[in-house]
Design a protein around this ligand. Structure first.
Ligand code: XMP
Length: 460
């Protein structure tokens, strides 16, 4: 298979804003057609460079698409020979203005713009899927070649071609993303890969022992675990700004890697498990910066290792499929997502060793109770947050002044949007009761009922 044969037949989603574009992109990928997201009005030059077979306009506010400038832009795309599908009733005016049609079949004369009332919110309806299928298949002529088997095959070739005989290091966090990245690279270059797990001191209770056990078994002597918690704690001491925390932890992470890699002799490449949503959210392709994700933003400019990110085009559900195909154990494949900076972004305000321990205990109780209730696999992500608010309470008739813990449980498909989960009251009750009973310095537990957007999943 040629290097780019898998992604050559590509459709672009041009995002008008409003957070739904990734749902449409995912749906296109489910049709086994490769798809990328760029902001609406990305320079024509850049769009043409991507050689898309078709363009999908998605999102809101729709008025953006009917300004004179925007109409001219869409016309220019049509003139360049690219068929266009405008999703959502808000874009129908544009479709009419440009003489388009709602019947999605290949036009005999000239190219056109097609419209459909379906949009991100209704994209999982069978008719919506049929509309996308007609557009990508009949109109754009894309073959369903984007499968995870072919992705694995392509990646292995790409990695071999890029890396050659050079030594490679990989950062393992214990999450599914970095593990899959490592497993893929391991399959491609075998013992040229050394995997490094850095304990930054912001892991959950017992997590360090658990993940190092799994990795040692899989990677053997090519696995190194580094206890660097003192360094990381020193770097975030006194820091309260969330972005500053993320940047400092991200930068320190790379430094530790560089030092470990230096001990191994000359190393050219560092592998990271960056995913497509991280890439889009971190502002690649001109979309605004939401948070600097640990494994994308905040990297030191003088970094001496080259970054290799074999998963940077995948959505989370695609990564899980790859993980299964690579034969990774279920407990890793279905592990809930955990942010690179770990508990550091779940401790609001200044981080201290005491607060880390409080949060580890509270979070451990929460996880035990969720497991006991049989909800472990039902909920996409759940965790505790230590707020920087202290409140007044009462214990054995004595006034207390203790910490307030937040409980968060969300459902999501890829982390880009999420809805809060209504945990059953008895489960909430036992979580709150146990936390306040067992973690004495906590005297209040609150439940986070915010969805993303406008919230994010993590509090920082
Ligand atoms: P947010 O808070 O941005 O989180 O809504 C979306 C998903 O990403 C996880 N997350 C991260 N993952 N490095 C990661 O690898 C990071 O810096 C990071 N920050 C957030 C978060 O747990 C959620 O699943």
């Amino acid at each position: 298979m040629e290097r780019d044969s898998l992604t050559r037949e590509k459709v672009l989603v041009l995002d008008l804003g409003g957070h739904g574009s990734h749902l449409i992109a995912r749906q296109v990928r489910q049709l086994q057609v490769y798809c990328e997201i760029l902001p609406f009005m990305t320079s024509l030059e850049r769009v043409l460079e991507a050689k898309p077979r078709g363009v999908i306009l998605a999102g809101s506010p729709a008025e953006r698409a009917t300004s004179k400038q925007a109409t001219g832009y869409v016309e220019a795309l049509l003139d360049a020979g690219i068929p266009i599908l405008a999703m959502g009733s808000g874009l129908q005016r544009l479709v009419r203005e440009l003489g388009g049609t709602n019947e999605i079949v290949r036009a005999d004369q000239g190219l056109t713009i097609y419209g459909t009332r379906f949009e991100a919110k209704t994209i999982d309806q069978p008719e919506a899927e049929a509309a996308l299928q007609s557009f990508t298949g009949q109109v754009c002529g894309c073959q369903p070649t984007w499968t995870m088997d072919s992705f694995i095959e392509m990646s292995i070739q790409d990695i071999r071609a890029e890396v050659g005989g050079e030594p490679v290091v990989c950062g393992l966090s214990g999450g599914v993303d970095s593990t899959v990245a490592a497993a893929l690279v391991h399959r491609a270059v075998g013992n040229q890969l050394t995997s490094i797990f850095v304990d930054h001191g912001f892991m959950r209770k017992h997590e360090v022992e658990e993940v190092t056990g799994i990795f040692r078994e899989r990677f053997g002597d090519n696995f190194i675990a580094v206890d660097a918690h003192e360094r990381f704690w020193a770097r975030v001491k006194g820091v309260t700004d969330p972005e500053m925390k993320r940047k400092r932890i991200g930068a320190e992470f790379i430094r530790v890697f560089e030092e470990e890699a230096a001990k191994l002799g000359r190393i050219e490449y560092l592998i990271q498990g960056t995913l497509y949503p991280d890439v889009v959210e971190s502002g690649a392709g001109e979309a605004g910066l939401v948070k600097s994700h640990h494994n994308v933003g905040g990297l030191p400019e003088d970094m001496s290792l080259k970054l290799l990110e074999p998963l940077r085009w995948l959505f989370k559900d695609e990564v899980r499929e790859v993980a299964q195909k690579l034969g990774l154990p279920d407990e890793l494949v279905w592990r809930q997502p955990f942010p690179g900076p770990g508990l550091a972004v779940r401790i609001i305000g200044e981080i201290t060793p005491e607060k880390i321990e409080i949060l580890q205990e509270a979070d451990h109780i929460l996880r035990e109770e969720i497991k006991k209730a049989g909800l472990e696999r039902e909920i996409w992500q759940y965790f505790a947050v230590l707020t920087d608010t202290k409140t007044v309470g009462v214990h054995e008739q004595q006034r207390t002044y203790g910490y307030m813990v937040g409980i968060r449980a969300v459902d999501s498909i890829d982390g880009m949007t999420a809805s809060w989960v209504p945990l059953p009251y008895p489960v909430l009750e036992s979580i709150s009761h146990r936390i306040m009973q067992e973690v004495k310095v906590v005297n209040r537990v609150v439940y986070d009922i915010s969805s993303k957007p406008p919230s994010t999943i993590e509090w920082e």
